[in-house]
Design a protein. Sequence first.
Length: 94
Amino acid sequence: MTDTKIDNPTEQAPADVDESQALWDQVEAALDTIRPAIAMDGGNVELLDIQDGVVTLRMMGACGGCPMSTMTLKQGIEQRLRETVRGITRVDAI
């Protein structure tokens, strides 16, 4: 999937909605396996966007200002998403 932005799958053309929603759901499902560990440290993560294989997340709670959040993002979340969701190449946080 190239040149595809998924910030709200229901606003896309009908043919793309199913594929976009499936990708969104896969990423959310993978994040759901990570969220309990993040919550143990007082944080959370919110899926904001998927564009051209790049997932954009918001680190929240204690993770929002934590110096270790970059390590959590790259070595934990990104690694898990790349392993479990086909087509994900990178994870960024805002």
